[in-house]
Design a protein around this ligand. Structure first.
Ligand SMILES: [Zn+2]
Length: 284
């Protein structure tokens, strides 16, 4: 008889790289190639003020929807780019312009196909900026390290980043200059999968162990994106916020609970001001 694995789930709502990629995939089919008929800004004071010239994109077309780290980029046919960050609590929905505005709906981009992209952000740590130059040269994007799921994130790259670095490996993989999008949950989970103690000084790790870690980072993020695929329909709901999917977890927030592999109680400590979880037996 089949019995499903007893996983615990994180109820986090903060969008991480997999949620941002899921958002990109969710909105792209409704937005790409479509003309923008109206821009409505209800509230300007996000982490940075919303660009005053955002309405300049009215009458223009969205040519592409891409992602860099946790930023979404809407390419517009006037060569500008709308840069969106979801911050701590942001979300994007594709709804009808007639749908009522909720308290924390700050921006609506109405499209010629009768839909509206609505930006919602209760804590207002998000961003909606219009960039007119090369978006990759923008201060928010120019110093970012490689994408974890792209080919330039290699074992050799990770090894170079760890050479002579005595910082804990967990801090190194969470450094956006080394690789982007590895948040606290994914860093703990990837280190568990790779069998590496989070506090290990980066320079002490051998090349094979770093190669294993690189593969584990890719795996935790791609597994999460794959799970997110089932929530794509949420982007079309006008009620509530997209339910960011729950990640299957081996160690994160499992302090004192038995390791799913060996049964040893999971340990927890603060490293670099962030809670870190590991199995003292499976990780060396
Ligand atoms: Zn274990």
């Amino acid at each position: 008889m089949y019995s499903p694995p007893a996983f615990s789930f994180s109820n986090k709502t903060m969008p991480e790289l997999p949620e941002v990629e899921t958002t990109r995939r969710g909105i792209e089919p409704h937005v790409r190639g479509v003309k923008i008929s109206e821009v409505i800004v209800r509230r300007h004071d996000l982490r940075q003020p919303i660009s005053d010239d955002l309405p300049a994109i009215e009458g223009r077309r969205v040519t592409a929807v891409s992602r860099r780290s946790k930023y979404l980029l809407l390419a517009i046919d006037d060569r500008s780019t709308i840069l969106i960050h979801l911050g701590m609590s942001g979300s994007l929905r594709v709804i009808s312009p007639a749908d009522p505005w909720k308290t924390h709906d700050h921006v609506g981009i109405t499209l010629a196909n009768g839909k509206q992209l609505r930006f919602h952000d209760p804590r207002r740590f998000g961003l909606v900026l219009r960039l007119t130059g090369d978006p990759m040269a923008h201060p928010l994007l120019k110093s970012l390290g490689p994408e974890p799921l792209e080919e330039d994130f290699t074992a050799a790259h990770l090894q170079a980043a760890c050479t002579n670095r005595s910082a804990a490996i967990k801090l190194v993989i969470m450094d956006a200059k080394v690789v982007v999008g590895v948040g606290n949950i994914y860093a703990s989970e990837a280190l568990f999968r790779a069998g590496i103690l989070p506090r290990t000084p980066a320079k002490k790790l051998t090349k094979p162990r770093l190669a294993k870690l690189m593969a584990a980072i890719r795996a935790v993020l791609s597994d999460s994106i794959a799970e997110g695929g089932t929530t794509l329909r949420d982007f079309l709901h006008s009620d509530g916020e997209p339910g960011y999917f729950k990640q299957r977890l081996f160690v994160y927030e499992r302090k004192g609970q038995p390791c799913r592999i060996c049964g040893t109680p999971i340990r927890q400590a603060v490293i670099g001001q962030r809670s870190t979880y590991w199995c003292p037996k499976c990780q060396k």
